[in-house]
Ligand binder design. Structure first.
Ligand code: ZN
Ligand code: ZN
Length: 430
């Protein structure tokens, strides 16, 4: 990897500039027009065959380089409605129009700008070193991961029919951790996620005469507490489940009891049977609350998005982890358990019906991370993804992300190492 490291060293300043530019120009789900055009322009310059507008704002870039396996590399592109508080000189000051016409701040608070930069960097090195490998690489720049709709939009727009079908699918995510470290997770990497809205119906009236009303605010408050009993009392202790009520909407003024209250509920599960049980329990408890309050109408349960769990192929994960150990050293690749975060990468893997590997890589200055760890202050001092303070250190995070993608891709493409790839990818090579 020495020649690669030299090339990467040379291209790193330009990649850091690209990252800072993307960071300063974040775009919300399905609004990634500028990002998509930056991506398309870069990849066209590199000589890749680029298609834009796949799944609305997605970009697919293909490099055919002789016979051999097809590898798909995926990066997500969208940002979040968060007001950036990092104080960085490349911090975002961008806003966007909210669904109700209001102005909302936008920030790359999940590191998707790092993902785009790393995939562009890996594509550039694959182009530069095209004589060292054979096969086809499909680089997918996916929109709208945060809304959970982007991967499906690309699948519905013919991602696996219009472009070469991969033999293996690779993706990565930056997160809290020492930069330079890569986490391997054989099996389930991330939880399934469901969003559910519960609308409770009461009978509004004057705040001074609650006995003449059915108060949906009291029903909602009671339901929030009771929902946590699903986790503590209805699910086996060895199963991991998270239920979060992230929004409560009811009423306008203090002296008026409203007619309705609405809870926005988010559920994370790892096991389809447990997921069913949790969703059934939410419905049951909502109905029971309405019955207890003598509500005039049964509550409504409105299901929002569902993301499947992200499941890594164990053999391919071990293979990629071995490659990463070769690139970064054995001490830099750490085994990790499943994470209650969720991703729509699993939608791509399910639709393609091919093995996939998804890994995490650290984005923090290693010394700062170590200090926080030793002081038992990780939660206080290391801002997580989606925080207004989330700020990966461009160096060495970007070079780690580029090398992790490039190393994994080259290990499958026809070349000196590819014969060691496990059967799932090897069979398709024939
Ligand atoms: Zn995110
Ligand atoms: Zn993310």
């Amino acid at each position: 990897m020495n020649a690669i490291a030299d090339s990467l060293d040379r291209s790193l300043p330009a990649l850091v500039d690209l990252y800072k530019d993307l960071h300063a120009h974040p775009e919300l789900a399905f609004q990634e027009h500028r990002t998509a055009s930056v991506v398309a322009q870069r990849l066209r310059t590199l000589g890749w065959n680029v298609t834009t507008g796949v799944g609305r704002t997605g970009v697919v870039a293909v490099l055919r380089n002789g016979p051999g396996p097809t590898i798909m590399l995926r990066a997500d592109m969208d940002a979040l409605p968060v007001r950036e508080n990092t104080g960085l000189d490349y911090a975002s000051t961008r806003t966007a129009d909210g669904p109700d016409g209001s102005t909302i701040p936008v920030m790359h608070a999940c590191g998707h700008d790092i993902h785009v930069t790393c995939l562009i960097g890996a594509c550039a090195l694959l182009s530069e070193r095209a004589t060292a490998w054979q096969g086809t690489v499909v680089a997918v720049f996916q929109p709208a991961e945060e809304s959970g709709l982007g991967a499906q939009a690309m699948v519905d727009d013919g991602l696996f029919e219009r472009f070469p079908r991969p033999t293996v699918l690779l993706g990565q995510h930056v997160g809290p951790g020492p930069a330079g470290m890569v986490a391997k997770v054989p099996g389930t990497v991330m939880a399934a996620a469901d969003s559910i809205t519960v609308r409770l119906y009461g009978r509004g009236g004057h705040g001074s005469k609650p006995e003449t009303t059915v108060d949906p605010v009291v029903m909602a408050a009671s339901l929030v507490g009771r929902l946590q009993s699903i986790v503590s009392r209805m699910v086996p202790s060895q199963e991991s489940v998270v239920i979060t009520v992230g929004s409560i909407k009811a009423g306008i003024t203090a002296a008026t009891i409203p007619d309705e209250a609405e809870l926005g509920i988010n559920v994370r599960t790892f096991n389809p049977g447990v997921r069913r049980r949790v969703i059934d329990a939410i419905a049951r408890l909502a109905k029971a609350e309405a019955l207890a309050a003598d509500a005039p109408r049964q509550p409504d349960l409105i299901t929002g998005y569902h993301l499947p769990a992200t499941v890594n192929d164990p053999d391919q994960t071990e293979y990629v982890a071995c490659v990463h150990e070769g690139v970064f050293g054995p001490e830099a690749v750490i085994p990790m358990g499943p994470n209650t975060a969720s991703e729509d990468f699993g939608v791509l893997a399910q639709a393609a019906q091919v093995p996939s590997v998804f890994w995490f890589f650290g984005g923090n200055d290693p010394e700062e991370f170590q200090q926080a760890l030793c002081a038992d202050r990780l939660a206080e001092d290391i801002p997580p993804n989606h925080s207004s303070l989330f700020a990966p250190a461009p160096r060495p995070t970007i070079s780690t992300g580029v090398q992790a993608l490039l190393g994994a891709a080259l290990a499958y493409l026809e070349g000196p190492h590819a014969d060691a790839a496990p059967a799932a990818a090897g069979t398709a090579r024939a």
